[in-house]
Design a protein around this ligand. Structure first.
Ligand SMILES: NC(=O)c1ccc[n+]([C@@H]2O[C@H](COP(=O)([O-])OP(=O)(O)OC[C@H]3O[C@@H](n4cnc5c(N)ncnc54)[C@H](O)[C@@H]3O)[C@@H](O)[C@H]2O)c1
Length: 401
């Protein structure tokens, strides 16, 4: 069986590698020529533990290749971006142009027996839109198009394990699509279990999972602001509350970032603004947290001319992904307020990053008068004593005993 994975980013590339390891003939396809050239040259373009090794093994096995030209295939996976944009009124809207364009490209080659698996995270009824687009391009009746939505749930940093061991939701539009998609995932999965449902439930399932985390973190962030007013340690409070067998509050931070948790709740709110009150309030709470942190930091500086050192720019520890990163938002606010600042993120290139000076750990320790810990990168965890020599504001509880 030949599988083409459309989109060779954080999700598509590890997926292509894993599928090839499970015995499928796989083509990694991307519209970005540079990405394909780099992969063809034998070097991966994202940071993920174990990925380069798995890539080398898959390519050497002869069942994985990369192309910037889409060719006929038995199965088309779609793993393209699904960001949001803000319209003129400031409302958050899902941007589905990548899904639609991938669908139109696959539709031109689609045969009735083929399967299309949508792995991107999408708003409710996107699978239906995809089936319509595939039908328009292929001329196949929409009810006969085999589309399954199988949302990806892996966590960056542990993808190669989770791709084989997480349970998978297979939300299909036809019984044939459900069987075909389930058979593929069963071949890939070691411990994970396949759960079959309809496409709309699968779409909502992924959004529900990420929104659950956003709401929980919003609660933690709200507690951090309340604790700050009360003068008590929020990290100790949460640790104690979590001793309760049925309480599990997540960790506060500088906000919430990334391509998923900071985005997906908007997909529900866009379609249900009257109903999604808790979801909306949580999003707003998390979006406002960098401003709270900036004000705390500015209020703590000994002199207005002091240099603030921001420890961490990516959206989570030990990854290079900066999409929707609240640390970047914090830097932006510091800049607006005229604060001198530098940053250190070992996963980003040193130098100027769109107006943010990213320096080495040694340099930030030397030059900053005040440190803000926005992330628990291992480099920072391993050097707590050095950080503690400066005054600091700890957003994530890194310096807790
Ligand atoms: N990154 C994560 O941790 C994660 C986790 C779970 C789910 N997801 C979801 O997976 C999807 C993909 O995310 P990602 O992080 O891999 O994005 P990404 O930006 O890393 O990669 C997407 C790739 O798709 C390519 N692309 C765009 N249009 C295309 C087309 N028509 N045909 C072929 N390629 C095309 C882009 O060039 C890019 O290389 C998103 O919906 C995201 O929400 C991501």
């Amino acid at each position: 069986m030949k599988i083409t994975v459309m989109g060779q980013g954080y999700i598509g590339l590890p997926t292509a590698i894993t599928l090839s390891g499970a015995g499928f003939e796989v083509c990694g396809f991307d519209v970005n020529q540079k990405t394909i050239e780099q992969l063809q040259s034998g070097k991966i373009h994202i940071v993920e533990p174990g990925l380069q090794l798995a890539f080398d093994e898959a390519v050497a096995g002869g069942h994985l290749h990369f192309s910037s030209e889409l060719a006929p295939s038995d199965v088309f996976y779609i793993a393209v971006p699904t960001p949001f944009y803000q319209d003129d009124s400031g409302a958050h809207k899902a941007d589905l142009k990548y899904v639609e364009s991938a669908g139109r490209m696959a539709g031109k080659l689609l045969k009735p027996e083929n399967l299309v698996i949508l792995e991107s995270t999408v708003p409710p009824r996107t699978s239906e839109m995809l089936a319509r687009v595939l039908s328009e391009e292929s001329g196949i009746d929409m009810d006969k198009i085999h589309v399954a939505h199988c949302p990806e749930r892996v966590i960056p940093g542990n993808m190669m394990f989770e791709l084989k061991n997480n349970d998978r939701i297979v939300g299909a539009r036809t019984p044939e699509a459900a069987e075909m998609a389930a058979a593929i995932y069963k071949k890939v999965l070691e411990k994970g279990v396949v759960h079959k449902t309809d496409d709309l439930t699968a779409e909502m399932c992924k959004l529900t999972e990420n929104t659950f985390r956003d709401v929980n973190i919003a609660y933690a962030n709200e507690l951090s602001i309340i604790c700050d007013k009360m003068g008590i340690d929020v990290f100790e409070l949460i640790k104690l509350a979590n001793c309760h067998p049925r309480v599990n509050i997540l960790t506060p931070g500088v906000g919430v970032g990334g391509h998923c948790i900071a985005v997906d709740p908007w997909f529900i709110y866009e379609q249900f603004p009257e109903e999604a009150k808790v979801i909306h309030a949580s999003r707003v709470r998390n979006e406002n947290k960098p401003r709270f942190v900036a004000e705390k930091v500015i209020g703590s500086l000994a002199k207005v001319t002091d240099t603030v050192g921001v420890l961490g720019l990516s959206y989570k520890p030990d990854v290079d992904d900066m999409r929707e990163s609240p640390s970047l938002e914090l830097c932006q606010i510091l800049k607006e307020k005229g604060v001198n600042f530098i940053a250190c993120d070992p996963f980003a290139p040193y130098g100027d990053l769109n107006g943010i000076s990213n320096v080495s750990f040694d340099e930030i320790l030397e030059k900053a008068d005040y440190l803000v810990i926005t992330l628990g990168h291992t480099l920072f965890k391993d050097n707590k004593e050095l950080i503690a020599k400066k005054p600091f504001y700890d957003c994530v509880g890194l310096m807790e005993k």
